[in-house]
Design a protein around this ligand. Sequence first.
Ligand SMILES: [Zn+2]
Ligand SMILES: [Zn+2]
Length: 252
Amino acid sequence: MKFVGDYHTHTLASDGTGFVRDNLRYAEKRGLEEVAITDHSFTCFLCHMTRWKFNLQEKAIKKYLDSTKSSLKVYHGVEGNLLGFDGYLDVPDDVIKRCDVLHLGFHRYLKIHVAFKYAKYVFTNGFGPKRAKEKIKDLNTESYLKAMDTYPIDVLVHLGHRCPVNVDAVLKKAAEKGIYVEFNEKHVDVLEKNIETILDSGVKLIVGSDAHNYKKIGRLDQVAKFIEKYQIPEERIFGLGAKPTFKDKNNG
Ligand SMILES: [Zn+2]
Ligand SMILES: [Zn+2]
């Protein structure tokens, strides 16, 4: 299976191991035509995005492409956190406008004051027993739906990992809004129980290694197995049979 893109990678700006140039160089070495740099967002604990880092990344991407004359397509973005039950995204508007790609996901290690501000949401989803999570599933779902209505989200990353949602409702909205659902190399198995719903929903699917070690960029073995197992047509998978287009963040 020949992947052409990897739309979810981390660098030293958050908790990855490489500089931007390492990620880009490695993506090319792996034979990718497209790659996204999507570090953890503004409210993550310790290794989080800042405007200063975002500026540096932007410059590093330009410098790499100018100096190597590479034809690699690079998407610069942020892996945003959904916070609480009102669909709040922790990426400032001015940064969203500069993102080529905007991811939305749940993460449990947040700045302490943020974690306590959204305590029920963060601690139940992040650390609670399954029973407790089930009780807030409807609230999680509402939050996802609101976020998708409010922000120019491109990709739902590792959907269903830790933070349970009513998949039908989320997929319906994602399909309506042209939002991709990620096949994440580390967490693709969480989609297994909903695979029929996913395929029937017509939602667009996209691949991401979620590589923190830059040498794992473009390695999508689990994703490949999953695609084979469920015989998903390659043309439905962006980064495999097709290349994605992301939203214009300055319009609408
Ligand atoms: Zn993540
Ligand atoms: Zn990630």
